[in-house]
Design a protein around this ligand. Structure first.
Ligand code: GLV
Ligand code: GLV
Length: 330
């Protein structure tokens, strides 16, 4: 069988690349940087498949230029970078990588939460600069985690995995989600449902676990930050635009909240002016799923999704399966 032609917009872990080379005719981004829109259009010219990253904006214009495109496989669980509606209209399958990165992302959420509360990064810098002159009763006082209230906005796979970890810290866990869990699930996860504003008002740590949609854009802005306790922390490992980053800079600068931990930014890789100058925020470069094991699993999953779609099967992780049934019956 003739190998299908695919464009891979960035080199992925070896196991994934091996799978792709075995089954497809691969064109790989030769650079160690994201491809530009023009480069993607050019690269997609004769391709049936695209394996892309969350940093690649895949819009209708790109799809229209790629006449043979059948499958877009996103190397991420979030797929806000792809115009799924446009893909569906053009009968292009879109896939993502859910599940495999849940626990790794939940781990990093906790790393950020603890680092922000206990001022780990500031204290590390202090040591490295040789400023430590001996134990002091007031040195780097932070916030307690144990026994506090954790508020989760979004209770999907990742939110639930973050909730499970809170049991070890004897925390009360509140959550808000558009879809309330069943009573049994709430018991199993040890969480209590509360209205959105209540979660903000009552929590010592607010952690965001929603996808980026038009309804979640700037979900946390000036109003929401002003509802939070002065002693509370905001943690974001979801998508940057869920938070109004300018409003967050203001809230952190004026100590309207105690601190924040961020893995994502509104205009990555840029940061809002002033953000990097603040000491009460821990800043990470979008690495929540970045463990060797998880990135390998994401890569093989993305490759399998792409290959399945190209040979006419319904990929396991398809976000617009209606394209498949339409193609079957036409
Ligand atoms: C990472 O941000 C992902 O969506 O996988
Ligand atoms: C994403 O994987 C989520 O459901 O939280």
């Amino acid at each position: 069988m003739l190998k299908k032609k695919v464009l891979v917009t960035r080199k992925l872990p070896d196991e994934a690349m091996r799978l792709l080379y075995e089954t497809c005719e691969v064109e790989l981004n030769p650079y160690d940087r994201a491809m530009t829109e023009d480069e993607i259009i050019e690269g997609l010219n004769d391709k049936q498949g695209l394996l892309c990253l969350l940093t690649d904006t895949i819009n209708a214009q790109i799809m229209d230029a790629a006449k043979n495109l059948k499958v877009i496989s996103n190397y991420a669980v979030g797929f806000d970078n792809i115009d799924v509606k446009a893909a569906t209209e053009r009968r292009i399958l879109v896939t993502n990588t859910p599940g495999v990165l849940t626990e790794t992302t939940a781990d990093l959420t906790w790393a950020l939460l603890m680092a922000a509360a206990r001022r780990i990064v500031e204290a590390d810098g202090f040591m490295r600069r040789g400023e430590y002159k001996g134990w002091g009763p007031m040195l780097f006082l932070g916030g307690d985690v144990f026994g506090k209230t954790l508020g989760l906005i979004g209770m999907g796979r990742i939110g639930s995995a973050v909730a499970r970890r809170a049991a070890g810290f004897n925390m009360r866990v509140l959550y808000y989600d558009m879809n309330r869990l069943s009573e049994d699930e709430e018991k199993a996860f040890g969480v209590e449902y509360a209205e959105f504003d209540e979660v903000l008002k009552e929590s010592d740590f607010v952690s965001l676990h929603v996808p980026l949609l038009s309804s979640t854009w700037h979900l946390i802005g000036e109003r929401e930050l002003s509802l939070m306790k002065l002693t509370s922390y905001l943690i974001n490992t979801s998508r940057g635009p869920v938070v109004d980053e300018k409003a967050l800079v203001e809230a952190l600068r004026s100590c309207r909240i105690a601190g924040a931990g961020l893995d994502v930014y509104e205009n990555e890789p840029e940061m809002a002016p002033g953000l990097h100058e603040l000491e009460n925020v821990v800043l990470l470069p979008h690495i929540a799923s970045a463990s060797v094991d998880t990135r390998t699993k994401m890569g093989t999953m993305a490759a399998h999704n792409l290959i399945a779609g190209l040979v006419g099967e319904l990929p396991k992780n398809c976000v617009n399966p209606e394209v498949f049934s339409k193609a079957e019956h036409s």
